[in-house]
Design a protein around this ligand. Sequence first.
Ligand code: NAD
Length: 472
Amino acid sequence: MTAQTDLNDVLLDAIQPAHGGREVFDPATGQPIGRAPEHSVVDLQEAIDAARAAQPAWAARGHAERIGLLNKAADAIEAHAEELARILSREQGKPLNGPNARFEVGACVAWLRAAADTPLEPETIVDDGTTHAVLTYRPLGVVGAIGPWNWPMMITIWQLGPALRMGNTVVVKPSEYTPLSVLALVHVLNLALPQGVLAAVSGGREVGEALAGHPGVDKVMFTGSIATGKAIVRSSAETLKRLTLELGGNDAGIVLPDADPAAIAEGLFWGAFINTGQTCAALKRLYVHEDTYDQVCDALTEYAKNVPMGVGLDEQNVLGPLQNRAQYEIVARLVEAAKASGARILLGGNPAGDQAGYFYPTTLVADIDNDNPLVAEEQFGPALPIIKYSTVEEAVQMANGLEVGLGASVWSSDREKAREIASLIEAGTVWINEHGAIDPRVPFGGAKQSGYGLEFGAEGLKHLGQPQIIKG
Ligand code: NAD
C-alpha cells in the first residue's frame, strides 16, 4: 500500500459510517472502494434544523468575514487536493490526468475563490434629488443543493460557494452514484467553516424530493436531468421556493466552411469528449459544411484514435469509463440505432464485452440523419454524430430544432462572422472556436428546457440573494 493510498483511506474513513452503509464500486474495475452512509428523511430534517439555527450568525458575520472563511475553505481543498482527486477518480471513474479529476479539484478551488472574491456592491437605481432607491441582496436563508454524478465536486462548489458567500447556510444532497466524492469535499470544507453552516445528507431520490419540498428550505440549486428538474418544480410549488435549474443539454457545434479542419480538430475533440462525454455542456451534435465534411471527419478521427482510455488511477489515461451501467446502456443503444440506420462508423462503436468496467470506446459517427436518436437525444457519453449541411441557415435551423439550449459553438476563421451566426442560436452560451469553456467570472445558464437561472460571477451571487429595494 502506498503512502498516497494511506492518505486516501484516512479521508475515506472520516466519511464512512462506523457500521453498515452502502458499498460503492469503482466503475473502471468493479472493485469496492468504500461505503456511503444511507441517510434518511429524518437525518435530512435534523440537517435542515441545524442549518436554520446556524444561519443568522453566519449572515451576521457580513461579507468580509465570510470571504475570509471561504478562502480558508479553498486553502483546505488545496491542502487535500490529491486525496480528493483520487477518491473522485475511483468513484466517478474519471482519470487523474487530462481535464479530469485533478482538474476538477483545481476547478473547485478556482470557483470557490471566485464566489468569495467577486464584488457585489449595492446598486443605486435612482438618485435624482427627489427619489433615492438602492438595490441590495439579503440572504435567503437555507439553500438545498442537489447534484449529479458527472462533475460531482465541481458542481457542488458551484452551488454552495455563492450560497455561503451570500449569507445562506447549505444542505447538500449528492447523487447516489457519487456520494463519497461530495462527502469528502464537504468534510474538507468543514475543516475551515464554522459548525452548522454546511452539511451533506447522502441519500436517494426520496431525500432529494423531501429537500425540494421542505418548508425549511428557501431555495434549491439543482443540477441534473430535465425530468428531475420538472419534478423539483412541482415539489417546490407549495412553498414557492426559489430555484436555479441547470438541466440537460444536447449542444450543437456548427463548423463554417472557412474553418481549418486540422486546426480545429483538437478543440472539437475535447469539446465533445471531455469527461468521456459525460458533461452537460459538451458538444453532442456536430454540423459540418459539405465542402469540408470529409476533411473534418478525417482530422477528428486522426486526433481521436490516439487518446488513451482506461482505469483512472493509471497516470497515462485521459478518458475513462461511463460512470454507471444505465448510462453505458444509453450510449450503446443510441450507437446501435445509428448503425442500424446505415450511418457510417468512423471510429469505435464496438465495445469489448469482456471488460470489468463500463468502458465504451471513443466513437465517431458520420453520414447520419438529423432525426436519428443519436442526434436527437442526449447521449451523455463518448459518441459524437457528425451531420452534413449545405447552407448555414439549414445548420442554424437544425441546431435550434430541439427543446434544449444549454450551450453551442461556431467554428470559423472569421470571428466576426462566427459571432453573427452565434447570435442566431437558441442557447444560454455560444462559444467561438471552443466548446464548454466555462469561466468563473462569466455567467452560465440554460435556454429553453435546459433550465433557468444563472450561475457564476456577480449574476450568480444575485441568484442566491433576496433582492431588496430601499427607497427613500
Ligand atoms: P438526475 O436528475 O437523475 O439526478 C440528479 C440529482 O437529483 C440526484 O442527486 C438525484 O438523487 C436527485 N433526484 C432524483 N429525483 C429527484 C426528485 N424527484 N426530487 C429531487 N431530487 C431528485 O441527473 P443525473 O443523471 O445525476 O445527471 C445527468 C444529467 O444532468 C444530464 O442530463 C446532464 O446534462 C445534466 N447536467 C446538467 C448540468 C448543467 O449545468 N446544466 C451539469 C451537469 C449535468
